[in-house]
Design a protein around this ligand. Structure first.
Ligand code: C2E
Ligand code: CA
Ligand code: CA
Ligand code: CA
Length: 275
């Protein structure tokens, strides 16, 4: 028995060491990307089910030279403190794109970005954001910031103040991943949200298991609070049809489009997805 305990111990030690090494490597990659323009954004449309148009795009971060998903590198960015600088890069890049794109295009284009709980510690962020909006002369309502509920659970008062300052600038706020983890409606009265994004797994669970009524109630609940609903990660036509009947406002998912590069945005903007 002793021997097998030791083996287990070694195995976990080895596993832990590998993970630490991988994280260290990812951290170096992130640092290098910050220095050498190694990040890019891809954009996934959120299709308005009434108009068939991609009214919003979610900006998703990628490394130009590495095939490492944000699911892997964002946690490393968060634990290493690089997330603040990365978050600022995402913000500036998006505002720059928004300013350019809205000169080129007739239909207004809106972009949402993701914001990590760790960025609440970036004390200068709100001033940074305000300056950028001025510098690029951008209508702040074209930018939306997506936050998850973990932000509100971990740093309640501070988070509420921070987010309401963002909202005061005229920037929109979306509650991301609703239903993934601790869902609470409590925050909806403290924070001036503009939109709810229902987590892929929750939506799929309701729709696949013949719990349409539950999904309908959820959508109606948000509507009664004046909040439009985005269903995330919709891959199947049958679920699109259900969601349309339930008066869901937006769909974001592979069914309509994967995230695309900047060059495809204007084309998608003029495309009708449901005609
Ligand atoms: P998220 O904010 O929930 O973003 C949606 C994720 O779902 C994206 O993954 C997107 O590509 C994927 N997705 C969209 N439609 C479908 C679908 O129909 N089926 C499936 N299976 N997946 C779909 P991605 O780009 O790998 O990003 C993963 C997560 O990484 C994001 O989840 C977000 O939490 C985080 N992330 C991405 N970019 C940023 C960023 O710039 N800053 C921060 N803080 N986090 C980011
Ligand atoms: Ca998101
Ligand atoms: Ca999400
Ligand atoms: Ca608002």
């Amino acid at each position: 028995a002793k021997e097998s305990i030791d083996k287990n111990h070694l195995y976990y030690q080895e596993k832990m060491r590998n993970r630490l090494e991988t994280n260290k490597k990812i951290k170096e990659i992130l640092r290098e990307a910050l220095e050498n323009d190694g990040f890019k954004l891809v954009y996934q449309p959120q299709v308005n089910l009434r108009t068939g148009r991609a009214e919003y795009f979610e900006a998703l971060l990628r490394l130009k030279n590495y095939n490492i998903s944000p699911g892997k590198f964002i946690p490393v960015a968060e634990s290493s403190g690089l997330i603040n600088e990365i978050g600022r890069w995402v913000t500036e890049e998006t505002i720059k794109e928004l300013a350019e794109l809205n000169q080129e295009s007739i239909n207004p284009i809106k972009i949402s970005i993701n914001f990590s709980v760790k960025q609440l510690h970036d004390a200068g962020y709100i001033d940074f954001l305000e300056e950028l909006l001025k510098e690029y002369d951008l209508n702040p309502g074209l930018l939306e910031i997506e936050i998850t509920e973990s932000i509100l659970i971990k740093a309640e008062d501070k988070a509420i103040e921070f987010l309401n300052k963002i909202s005061d600038l005229g920037v929109k706020l979306a509650l991301d991943d609703f239903g993934n983890g601790y869902s609470s409606l409590k925050y909806l009265s403290f924070i001036n949200f503009d939109k709810i994004k229902v987590d892929r797994h929750l939506g799929k669970m309701f729709l696949d298991n013949d719990q349409k009524e539950t999904m309908a109630s959820l959508i109606n609940l948000f509507h009664s609070m004046g909040l439009p609903v985005v269903a995330e990660g919709v891959e199947e036509l049958v679920n699109y049809n259900l969601l349309k009947n339930l008066k869901c406002d937006f769909i974001q998912g592979y069914l309509f489009s994967r995230p695309v590069g900047r060059d495809k945005l204007t084309k998608i903007l003029n495309h009708n997805f449901i005609k």
